[in-house]
Design a protein around this ligand. Structure first.
Ligand SMILES: [Zn+2]
Length: 187
């Protein structure tokens, strides 16, 4: 055992400040120190190496001077590996900018999709506020980021419009065919 042990801690009056200054950059998750015997910069400074693996499992290996600055490493991770402080950008998970960039559907298609949504709400007796549910909106957005999900007011409007256009047909149908009528409402 070559472990070096310390009997009592050395007093550190500025401990808090020191700890925060020493905080390791998140970029170290993707970099490793290069053995100074193995490789060093022209000025003899220590180096760090990018250890991000590509699709074939090959290490990137890009070298940077390990002088405590992280700007170049951050730019490298972003440009070459699409990695940010929040982690790897997942191509299957649209980022906010991707959603903004995504082309919205034509008004006809939006209308059609809004109708499908409204039909589902009506036929499955969903409460109108379901369209405000963050997890529901997330699901729809993941399935189709080009669809502008209507809010509760929007859905109500669709139902009212449907009611107005359906009413004459419905009255006629009831007049002609109905013996018993059962009505349900949730507005
Ligand atoms: Zn790299």
């Amino acid at each position: 055992m070559n472990e070096i042990r310390q009997d009592y801690p050395i007093p550190e009056p500025n401990k808090v400040e020191k700890t925060s200054r020493k905080k390791r950059s998140w970029t170290w998750e993707y970099f490793e120190n290069v053995d100074i015997e193995e490789h060093k910069s022209d000025n003899g400074e220590p180096l760090k190496r990018c250890k991000v693996l590509d699709a074939n499992g090959k290490k990137c290996g890009t070298l940077y001077v390990n002088d405590g600055s992280t700007g170049n490493a951050i730019i490298h991770l972003l440009n070459d590996h699409e990695i940010t402080k929040e982690g790897k950008m997942n191509k299957n998970q649209p980022t906010l900018s991707a959603i903004i960039r995504a082309q919205k559907h034509s008004e006809n298609r939006q209308k059609e999709l809004r109708q499908f949504l409204t039909d589902w709400i009506i036929e499955d007796f969903q409460p109108l506020y379901v369209v405000q549910s963050p997890s529901f909106r997330k699901l729809i957005c993941e399935l189709d980021p080009s669809f502008i999900i209507p809010d509760e007011k929007g859905v109500k409007k669709i139902i009212y419009n449907a009611y107005n256009s359906m009413l004459p047909t419905l009255i006629e149908k009831i007049n002609v065919e109905a013996k018993n009528v059962s009505l349900t409402t949730d507005m």
